[in-house]
Design a protein around this ligand. Structure first.
Ligand SMILES: [Zn+2]
Length: 267
């Protein structure tokens, strides 16, 4: 499932190949991805337009159009964005394609849980979606995290709540909690001051390191620093610190991998 680091990589793909180029054609292969937006309106707004600059907010990718608003993409569980040459190259689960001279930017999604749309104002869109600050933005500071931990919820649920902090999903929440040595179901308020600081720092470093290692791309896992949980996040996986098999538990409604020794259950 694409999380902040994956979407950041899609953003860079878009920047590298698709900015400041005339969109010759718009091909919508499955209009359900546009939800209530009419296909002809979507195509009309983009045709002959250009992508001017991109902005990521959590798991959303927003792209300023040279005229008339923003293109918005969310990738759901299985979405991705790629650039292909030639422009008509076949891509499985192609849903929306922006065709340029010699190549196409393709929004791909096997399941239809993501969304492609338009908005007039990126900041208003973010507010309407109820998104908190992007996890890597300085606006997501220790005080913001701390205030959210003071509620009634478990720490993993706080990390995955997009209205608290935008960008963290199941996989990176597990990595962050492992590195901060916190049990996924620890009550937020039980997390002490020093641990809060460490958790906040791990949120930033885990996501940034994943981006730097090329999140989701080939050989991503091999490039990760030693001691990460992520490569072991499967059945039979073991603690990178040598404590034997990882355990799983449901937290925030999702299967969580953790090490019972590194991340003991709160008393
Ligand atoms: Zn361990």
């Amino acid at each position: 499932m694409p999380e902040l680091p994956d979407v950041e990589l899609y953003r860079r793909t878009l920047d590298r190949h698709a900015l400041h180029r005339r969109i010759l054609r718009v091909v919508v292969s499955d209009a359900r991805i546009l939800s209530d937006l009419a296909e002809k309106d979507f195509a009309a707004r983009l045709k002959s337009n250009q992508l001017e600059r991109s902005r990521r907010h959590g798991k959303h990718l927003l792209v300023r159009l040279a005229r008339d608003g923003w293109l918005v993409m969310h990738f759901g569980m299985t979405g991705t964005l790629c650039y292909v040459e030639p422009a008509d190259a076949d891509v499985p689960y192609d849903r929306v394609r922006l065709v340029f001279e010699g190549g196409s930017l393709v929004y791909v999604n096997r399941r239809m849980l993501g969304r492609v749309g338009l908005t007039d104002d990126a900041d208003a869109f973010i507010a309407t979606e109820g998104l908190g600050p992007d996890a890597l933005d300085p606006a997501f500071d220790l005080a913001t995290l701390s205030a959210a931990l003071d509620g009634r919820r478990e720490v993993k649920a706080v990390l995955m709540d997009q209205s608290v902090v935008a960008g963290i999903g199941n996989l990176y929440a597990d990595e962050i909690l492992f590195q901060a040595r916190l049990h996924p179901r620890a009550p937020g308020r039980s997390v002490g001051k020093a641990k809060r600081r460490s958790l906040h720092e791990k949120i930033k470093t885990v996501l940034q390191t994943a981006i730097d290692c090329g999140a989701g791309a080939e050989q991503f896992v091999e490039r990760l620093p030693k001691g990460w949980l992520l490569p072991q996040r499967h059945e039979g996986g073991t603690c990178p610190r040598g404590h034997g098999q990882l355990a799983t538990i449901k937290a925030a409604g999702r299967t969580s991998y953790y090490c019972p020794r590194c991340q003991p259950e709160p008393a």
